[in-house]
Ligand binder design. Structure first.
Ligand code: AMP
Length: 282
């Protein structure tokens, strides 16, 4: 694998690969790599003859400066992990901020309600920042495929909407949530959990799974309340929101009778660490 720091080197190398007929897959990450990221990378390795893994903690998607400061960063460990999994021709793109944003990105995307609900409501500006960085990466890499985790369910919906809006010739591939053996969704933020919160955190997915089983005994509204009460009664975790939405529009589901796929999405505070997860109610 080759570690590349500048846009110039990246574009040059990729043009070369494209001329030789390679298919290019992009896996955008913010580093502190874990099995969740590696599952996306494996997926690209199985489909594309060149995989580009980007590692960049994007400041424009952090609405909370404290969160940006505390976000785990370990580029040396990331490189060691990537060396083991990537092939000789694959690329790791580790730019600094000026490479990604030579000047401040002032673009404002209009995603309608998609970025107003759930994460968008509690993290204003977050998805605009995500769209800025992902569109910059798409522009530099011009991949045929780009891989995103269902862990960030709303993000995936927004990226798909952006690709549609900008009419980009990129296929977005969604990959399943990778979990710890106790069910906790893997996240770079998990290492910030203290021992007590780490023990409590699997309750999030246990409760979501139980809610799917209980679905027919409750109205949508009552089940949402049950999830919040159950988590808060049995732990020191605090639920920021739990919503059940239509998968494609992110509109709130009002009744189980409404047609179409449904997803339950949750954000929980474990002390000062914010965790998200989701589950299918279809
Ligand atoms: P991040 O580094 O947190 O920005 O995540 C980079 C990519 O990895 C995103 O597409 C995430 O959805 C995906 N990802 C993060 N955690 C997981 C997980 N536990 N399972 C599957 N994908 C994940």
């Amino acid at each position: 694998m080759l570690v590349i720091k500048t846009q110039h080197d990246l574009v040059e190398k990729l043009n070369d690969f494209r001329k030789k007929g390679h298919s290019i897959g992009l896996v955008p990450t913010m580093g502190a790599l874990h099995e969740g990221h590696l599952s996306l990378i494996r997926c690209s390795l199985s489909r594309d003859s060149v995989t580009v893994v980007s590692v960049f903690v994007n400041p424009t998607q952090f609405n909370d400066p404290e969160d940006l400061k505390k976000y785990p960063r370990d580029p040396d460990a990331d490189q060691k992990i990537l060396e083991k999994i990537l092939r000789p021709g694959d690329l790791v793109f580790m730019p600094d901020e000026r490479e990604v944003y030579p000047e401040p990105d002032k673009r404002v995307f209009n995603f309608g309600i998609l970025d107003k609900v759930m994460e968008g409501k509690f993290r204003p500006g977050h998805f605009n920042g995500v769209a800025q960085v992902v569109s910059r990466l798409f522009d530099m890499v011009k991949p045929g495929h780009a891989y995103f985790g269902l862990k960030d369910f709303q993000q995936l919906t927004i990226i798909k909407a952006m690709v549609h809006m900008l009419d980009l010739p990129i296929q977005i591939i969604s990959c399943p949530v990778i979990r710890e053996p106790d069910g906790l969704a893997m996240s770079s933020r998990n290492i910030r959990l203290d021992e007590k919160k780490r023990k409590e955190a699997p309750l999030i997915y246990r409760t979501l799974s139980e809610a799917v089983r209980l679905k027919n005994n409750y109205t949508v509204e009552d089940l949402k309340q049950w999830v919040v009460d159950h988590i808060e009664k049995h732990s020191s975790l605090r639920v920021e929101y739990f919503e059940i939405v239509h998968t494609d529009t992110l509109q709130t589901v009002l009744s189980w009778e409404e047609p179409g796929d449904k997803q339950g999405c949750i954000a929980v505070w474990a002390g000062k660490v914010r965790l998200i997860d989701n589950i299918s109610f279809t």
